[in-house]
Design a protein around this ligand. Sequence first.
Ligand SMILES: Cc1cc2nc3c(=O)[nH]c(=O)nc-3n(C[C@H](O)[C@H](O)[C@H](O)COP(=O)(O)O)c2cc1C
Ligand code: SF4
Length: 518
Amino acid sequence: MSVIRVYVPCDSIARGVGADDVASAIIATAKARGDNVEVIRNSSRGMFWLEPLVEVATDAGRVGYGPVSVEEVASLFNAGFLTGTDHALSIGLVEEHRYLKTQERLLFARAGVTDPLSLTDYEANGGYAGLRHAVKIGADKTLDEVQTSGLRGRGGAAFPAGIKWGTVKGAKADQKYVVCNADEGDSGTFADRMLMEGDPFLLIEGMTIAGLTTGATQGYIYVRSEYPQAIAHLEAAIKTAEAAGYLGNNVMGGGHAFWLQVRKGAGAYICGEETSLLESIEGNRGLVRAKPPLPALQGLFGKPTLVNNVLTLASIPDILAKGGEYYHNFGMGRSRGTMAFQLAGNIRFGGLVEKAFGLTLRELLEGYGGGTASGKPIRAVQVGGPLGAWVPEAHLDTELDYEAMAAKQAMLGHGGCVVVDDSVNLAKLAQFAMHFCAEESCGKCTPCRIGSTRGVEVIQKIRDKQDQAKNVALLEDLCETMLHGSLCAMGGMTPFPVMSALRHFPEDFGLASKEVQS
Ligand SMILES: Cc1cc2nc3c(=O)[nH]c(=O)nc-3n(C[C@H](O)[C@H](O)[C@H](O)COP(=O)(O)O)c2cc1C
Ligand code: SF4
């Protein structure tokens, strides 16, 4: 009897809802019944409401069942799920599922398909074609491809990757570094984690191409400590890549050295800001550095350093394998390629949606997300993490593009979307934004350190209907000061969620709209 392959995700989300126990139950039941089953721990497809999503390989493709609990395992066997038969938990052919079928997965092409720690699987599914090409064409032409792609940083600021890479490449120094920002502190985000857990060789490959292009020989991946599985997968994959000659003193025989190490963060949101991240890697407290000098010229240990987000670096192998022009053909305007949107908060179908820029927020939240989990109307969505603006339902037809969002005084950031329904008070959330800033401020500059604490108090006074006109004016003034006077975007962007809540939902503050100036 030939072996039947059954896939059970090892992604943290799936494990958090019992995937390990389900995998064990499948192995034990198959053994007891004499079925010849191999259980493979794949990564997640990003359809979280279906986790643990168990897949069975059949001649027609992989058939999915989810969410599977240990209690359901016996009934799956009894129904004959090993041949892909129907069952109440069946979702049919996984890749035909409407959530997946219409996505444009470049970054997450292997998500759920491969065993994350199998280099053979990675290579068999297009892995290392990008690095091979980069070694062949050399640093100058590799940089050309990155510039042609139009890729912009996915960490939040959307700075053109090609320009940053060119600056580091052009810097003269005896040592340069590549640093991957995997701190992923934004609310509602998980794409970095999914990628590191689910396809660690992709990030390693992207960083290696970055090293060869810029002349950096050492790379660091700064991962938040809350991601132990990502850390374990990266460390295992780095060892495998070293043993296979993809990392080391002579990468793929091309004569260039590149080494990688993982560094663990300690839970401070501000350590995601690139200069305090560098301080943290150096062993110091995560205090923001004034710019200039830019990290690209004087970064880690004072040396030229390329700092990029996980998804920026992980986009590179495909750009090299298929060409910058191929990547540039996705998207709209100045937002090129695809974006990993993350649906979270009060949403029916939470998970990962990778699409070319240009779909609307409504298509994302209603088309993919299915509206709220509570079944109540969507009232607002915060896009881009805790410093992102609240976008009201009336603006859901905005295209997901950096410039289109900015035109609505909102942002795209890292692509996280936190949805709230009409039971939520936005004044409370505006106050929380100030509170979050007060908690997470590094304390280096006054507008953020003091302003955020005063912001919490002023919003409380407005909510308590104390001298409202005067306190609204004070809040607006305070936000202006934080916006223009803060040293980094922590204090500089906290006004976004506050002012957007005030602008779009004055009634939640106990105000009539005419009382709000901006
Ligand atoms: C308070 C704060 C937190 C940040 N957190 C992150 C983070 O968790 N991950 C990230 O990639 N970028 C984060 N950034 C942005 C980084 O400073 C930097 O712009 C980014 O790592 C550059 O990479 P990119 O060009 O690939 O986007 C944060 C910025 C600020 C101000
Ligand atoms: S804005 Fe806040 S986090 Fe940024 S440097 Fe100033 S005090 Fe530190």
